[in-house]
Design a protein. Structure first.
Length: 182
């Protein structure tokens, strides 16, 4: 395979989200054979098992977009020491009804940014637990817990202070995806 489609899932809906800014800067670091596209989770209804026999069109489309990807990068904040509800809802919607898990076997990468000192460490661990159940192989190293600082993203790109660290993470994820698609 010469081209790879990578889905980017941002766990924050806020227009000026630090994680959305980080995701926009991150996609610029991927090599040219990696095509990154954002997978919008904002329009997904709350998961309700009663809808399993009549899946909403927006969920069907979301699952189709996931299945077209050779990798998924989750960029998430930490809310109350866990992942945001909107991200958990997206995981649930795309894995249901039982037996139709769109996430199955897609290599995942996890990064997150927060203003707190522990960044998104606990949210990422909670996300890893869900991804393990969803059968998504997940890049373990290097981990990427970012503490937001003024100037981290400048003109849509990582500052000099963060650029090499982030490039190292992208390079490791690219190798991980390629390894999983031999």
């Amino acid at each position: 395979m010469s081209d790879f489609k990578i889905g980017i899932v941002v766990g924050s809906l806020r227009k000026d989200s630090y994680n959305k800014q980080t995701a926009n800067a991150l996609i610029k670091l991927f090599p040219k054979e990696f095509n990154c596209q954002f997978l919008d989770i904002s329009a997904l209804p709350l998961y309700n098992q009663d809808d399993d026999n009549n899946t909403p069109a927006v969920v069907v489309d979301f699952k189709k977009k996931i299945k077209e990807c050779q990798g998924i990068v989750f960029v998430t904040p930490e809310y109350n020491r866990s992942i945001p509800g909107v991200l958990k809802n997206a995981l649930d919607q795309a894995s249901r009804p039982y037996g139709t898990n769109a996430w199955d076997t897609i290599p995942a990468g996890i990064i997150g940014v927060s203003i707190g000192n522990i960044s998104t460490a606990i949210a990422q661990q909670h996300l890893r637990n869900s991804l393990a159940f969803l059968n998504m192989p997940t890049l373990n190293q290097p981990e990427c817990f970012l503490k937001w600082y003024e100037g981290m993203i400048e003109n849509g790109q990582f500052s000099e202070k963060s650029a090499s660290f982030m490039q190292n993470w992208v390079d490791a994820y690219v190798a991980f995806v390629k390894h999983n698609h031999k």
